[in-house]
Design a protein around this ligand. Structure first.
Ligand SMILES: Nc1ncnc2c1ncn2[C@@H]1O[C@H](COP(=O)(O)OP(=O)(O)O)[C@@H](O)[C@H]1O
Ligand SMILES: [Mg+2]
Length: 283
C-alpha cells in the first residue's frame, strides 16, 4: 500500500478577481522508503498541493480530490482532531525558509521539546535527552548548549538542521521537504541534502522532495513528478526522466541545467519551453 495517495487533487483559492485554480487535477503516490521529487518552476503549485494534502492551507482554499489517503486512511473525511494527530507525527514537513519557520520568541530547545511533549507525551528529562540525540543526529555541534539558543543566534544552515530535527522527532513515516536548501548557501546546500538522504535511508522513510532544481532531482529522487501551472506534465523514474523525457517542459527544465546550457548565459525556462501536451488535460 502507498503511504500517501493523491488522485485528482484540485485546489482553488477565492481571490478578489474570482476563483484561482492553483492545483488542477494532480495525482501521485509515495511508498515507504521511496524518494519522490516534485519538480517545476516557481508558482507551479508544488507547495500548495502538499499543504493541501496536509490540511495546512488557509480557509480561502477549496480542496477536493477523488482520493487523498495516508496509509489507506481518508484524510479528507477524518475529523480535524484525527488529522492533527497524523500531521507533525506520521507526516512531517520541512519548509523553504528555515529561519522564518522557527518561532523567534522561543529557544530551539523549547520548540523541539514541545513536539516531543505534544505528540509523544515524554516527560521533561526524556524530552531533553531525546532533543540532544536529535540535534546530534542532524549534526548540530554542542547539542546540549545549543538547546538554549534562539533562532536568531544560529545560522540559516543550523536553523535548517533544527527544522529537520523537529521534523524527524517523532520518526515520521513520510517526510515532505519543500525546497529545503533553496534559502541556503551553496556550500551548505549539499550538506543538508546529504543529511536528508542519510536520514531517509536510515529510517526507511518515504520522502517527498519539492524542488525547482533538476540537479537536486538527479541527486535524490527515485521517481519524479513534473508539475507546471498546477498540472502534472509527466511522471517517471529518475533515469527515464533524464534519458527520455516525454514532455517539452521537462526537456526545457533539463536544458536549463548548467551542464547542458551553451553560451555564457543560462537560457530561461520560457525561452526553452515551446508548448506541451498536459497530462490529464482532457479532464
Ligand atoms: N493563499 C493563497 N491565496 C491565493 N493564491 C495562492 C495562495 N497560496 C499560493 N497561491 C498561488 O498558487 C500558485 C501556486 O503556488 P505554490 O504552490 O506556492 O507554487 P510553487 O510551485 O512555487 O510551490 C501560485 O500562483 C501562488 O501565487
Ligand atoms: Mg513552493
Amino acid at each position: 500500500m502507498a503511504l500517501l495517495e493523491i488522485e485528482n487533487l484540485v485546489v482553488e483559492f477565492e481571490t478578489a478577481s474570482g476563483p484561482f485554480r492553483a492545483v488542477n487535477g494532480v495525482s501521485m503516490k509515495v511508498h515507504e522508503g521511496e524518494v519522490l521529487a516534485i519538480v517545476g518552476e516557481s508558482g507551479s503549485g508544488k507547495s500548495v498541493s502538499m499543504l493541501a494534502a496536509m490540511g495546512l492551507l488557509p480557509w480561502t482554499a477549496k480542496v477536493t480530490a477523488d482520493k487523498l489517503t495516508f496509509n489507506g486512511r481518508d484524510l479528507l473525511s477524518m475529523p480535524a482532531s484525527e488529522r492533527r494527530k497524523i500531521i507533525g507525527k506520521d507526516i512531517a514537513m520541512i519548509f523553504q525558509e528555515p529561519v522564518a519557520s522557527l518561532n523567534p520568541c522561543f529557544t530551539v530547545g523549547f520548540q523541539i521539546e514541545e513536539v516531543l511533549r505534544v505528540h509523544l507525551g515524554l516527560d521533561k528529562a526524556a524530552r531533553r535527552k531525546r532533543a540532544i540525540e536529535l540535534f546530534e543526529a542532524v549534526g548540530i555541534p554542542d547539542p546540549a548548549d545549543r538547546l538554549g539558543s534562539y533562532p536568531h543566534q544560529m545560522s540559516g544552515g543550523q536553523c535548517q538542521r533544527v527544522m529537520i530535527a523537529i521534523a524527524i522527532a517523532c520518526n515520521p513515516k513520510l517526510l515532505i521537504a519543500d525546497e529545503p536548501t533553496t534559502a541556503l548557501d551553496v556550500t551548505i546546500q549539499k550538506q543538508i541534502l546529504d543529511l536528508l538522504m542519510k536520514l531517509q535511508a536510515d529510517h526507511g522513510m518515504g520522502l517527498i522532495m519539492i524542488t525547482h532544481n533538476m540537479g537536486v532531482v538527479a541527486e535524490t529522487a527515485d521517481r519524479v513528478v513534473v508539475q507546471y501551472k498546477g498540472r502534472k506534465m509527466e511522471e517517471a523514474d529518475v533515469l527515464t526522466l533524464f534519458e527520455n523525457p516525454k514532455s517539452n517542459y521537462t526537456r526545457a527544465l533539463l536544458a536549463a541545467l548548467p551542464d547542458n546550457a551553451t553560451g555564457d548565459r543560462l537560457p530561461t525556462i520560457s525561452e526553452l519551453f515551446v508548448d506541451d501536451q498536459v497530462e490529464g488535460a482532457a479532464r
